[in-house]
Design a protein around this ligand. Sequence first.
Ligand code: GRF
Length: 199
Amino acid sequence: CRVVVLVSGAGSNLAALLAAHGDPAYGARVVGVVSDKPAAGGLTLARTAGVPTAVVAPQDFADRPAWDVALAESIGVFHPDLVVCAGFMRIIGSPTLERFAPRILNTHPALLPSFPGAHGVRDALAYGVRVTGCTVHLLDAGVDTGPIVAQGVVGVEPDDDEASLHERIKAVERELLVRTVGEVARGGLRVEGRRVVVG
Ligand code: GRF
């Protein structure tokens, strides 16, 4: 199963996928990494692992629609069976959705449908929840609204701040993502309304 990973940041989730993909039994190989940020740490991880990369930076395009088309094309170059958004901080536009959905997974650092959007960890902490976690879901046209594939629970400690809580969530998140990508790679996925059957 050919996997393309989209990153915007440090790429710790990508790092976990790269650590797993060397085992032929895993069933998935990262064949390309695409970022909207030229300096994303995830690009360095990919290059070190010998995985081809592409940068599709909004500032290089006249407008959002042009960027959306370029993103879909840059992903398509790698002929993916599965696209994984791992800390990609842009809304995926219709050209990419139309071409690759439902085979686009996203990981979010909260228990959706609670705390969607770009500050899920901060929002959960501010709300005062006692447990939060992470969600792997299929991408749809909304923001963090697609059918849920897997979730992991993380307890909130009294002295947590956003950074400490996010670090603890990321430890669970990367394991959940690696496991889910492997299951989808080896057994496929079926979508029945909001239910997703993997394997
Ligand atoms: C992850 O927690 C992801 O869910 C969130 O941002 C973080 C990215 O981390 N959107 P990394 O770039 O994979 O280290």
